[in-house]
Design a protein around this ligand. Structure first.
Ligand SMILES: [Zn+2]
Length: 430
């Protein structure tokens, strides 16, 4: 946002109206490990972030284990806890139904959903090799690809459906009697690569039918996708074909307790990422979306922050989810992650001027060296504009190393959220 826009906003909302209200910025995959290309620093340590450095110097900063020490979080669990889910409930938070909710699909009691990727597969001597888990990060043509896979009859009263969401991401919904989500993932994850495609297997008695029907659906999907005009054109242009679907996180619809709801705090979430949109809808928060709020580096950060400040007219907290840092780390691009963090830092000045409290957090660390999520703690900060800065406050080079010696104890994301609630004058009742 330009400074004139920020001033206009400040006048319109009024500084005092944001007092004790909070903007919570979730930088997806913010935490990282030292990278040789950045002189042994992490992307955040290498980034020039004067705003964050200043806020850390006059506020509170430290390291946070998103779920708990040693646990590798994923986006939905890491964001879910920051959005008020209790740590004890994280295991109930399945990716499939979250993504289905993001796609606007509410599940009936006879349905299960799985998070899926369009992927590039290749038949080789050892089986179906997964060449790329994201089909070259396909970003167009997925509606047409998925259109062939609506209401696929899988026998025994079971139907399968593929719903595209954003880029390579999609959702498989299975409908019918006798389904059980206790089945294995067919997506090996970044850590499982390189890999051959493995059939879905039951993880509990009673899930055999589901594993069989899902396998049949994925086989039909491969047949339909391989011959699809979108893929023929991609191959002709030297792009990876989206000729397969891989799945993970099977689950049923659910509802969960939320520490914000329980303590009378309302929230809005500004996001472009289907996972976070789904989580928002599942939790019953207001979801602010806009074509400018994409889940990649093209996202309009200023517009997202502006939407968050406006949402604070109606709510106590406004979350802003920004996906790009995670994507750059997954793609082994620490330099681009660093530059994106610098862009984000500049945009934050408008929030500082608004008078709102600021919490900067992350759902997990993503290692730019390996491209995988890790269990490493993430750097966080809390800034309360009404709390006087210490006389001797100095800017901090905000990053993983500085946060290891920060002025907040190492804690979980849940504890960090409780700390924010206390600062807002709404300490958790239990
Ligand atoms: Zn994430």
């Amino acid at each position: 946002m330009e400074s004139t826009g920020a001033n206009h906003l400040r006048t319109k909302i009024g500084l005092s109206s944001l007092s004790r209200k909070s903007v919570v910025l979730i930088l997806d995959g913010l935490g990282d490990l030292p990278v040789p290309a950045l002189g042994g620093r992490t992307p955040l340590e290498a980034a020039d972030t004067p705003v964050l450095n200043r806020l850390a110097g006059i506020g509170s900063y430290g390291l946070v284990d998103p779920v708990g020490p040693g646990t590798i979080p994923n986006t939905h669990s890491g964001c879910g806890i920051l959005m008020g889910i209790l740590p004890a409930d994280v295991h109930r938070l399945k990716r499939g139904p979250v993504e289905a909710s993001g796609a606007g699909r509410n599940l009936t009691t006879e349905e299960i959903a799985l998070r899926a990727n369009f992927a590039t597969l290749d038949r080789q001597a050892g089986g179906l090799r997964i060449l790329d888990r994201r089909a070259g990060r396909i970003s167009s043509g997925t509606d047409e690809l998925a259109a062939r896979l609506r209401q696929v009859d899988l026998g025994d009263g079971v139907h399968g459906e593929l719903l595209p969401t954003d880029q390579h991401r999609c959702v498989v919904v299975l409908s019918g009697p006798g389904l059980d989500p206790a089945v294995t993932d067919t997506d090996p994850g970044d850590r499982g690569m390189p890999a051959f495609f493995k059939s879905c297997r039951p993880e509990a008695a009673g899930a055999e039918l589901t594993a069989r029907k899902l396998d049949l659906f994925l086989e039909i999907a491969r047949d339909e996708l391989a011959a699809h005009a979108v893929n023929l054109e991609r191959q002709a242009n030297g792009l990876m074909p989206a000729n397969g679907v891989i799945t993970r996180g099977a689950g049923r619809g659910f509802s969960l307790e939320n520490v914000l709801d329980e303590n009378g705090l309302s929230a809005a979430v500004v996001a472009g990422c289907n996972t976070v949109i789904g989580l928002t809808r599942t939790l019953g928060f207001e979801c602010c979306t806009d074509p400018r709020f994409t889940a990649d580096a093209k996202t309009d950060i200023d517009a997202k922050l502006s939407a968050a400040l406006h949402a604070l007219e109606r709510h106590d907290l406004a979350y802003v989810h920004i996906k790009a840092p995670d994507l750059f780390a997954h793609d082994h691009q620490p330099e681009r992650k660093k530059v994106f963090l610098e862009r984000t830092d500049q945009a934050l000045e408008a929030v500082v001027r608004s008078g709102a409290m600021i919490m900067l957090a992350a759902d997990h660390s993503t290692d730019s060296n390996t491209g995988a999520h890790t269990a490493d703690p993430v750097p966080v900060l809390l800034f309360d504009p009404e709390s006087p800065a210490p006389d001797d406050s100095q800017p901090v080079n905000f990053g993983e190393a500085a946060c290891a010696g920060g002025n907040m104890p190492r804690q979980s994301s849940h504890q960090l959220l409780l700390r924010l609630m206390s600062l807002m004058g709404k300490p958790a009742a239990r």
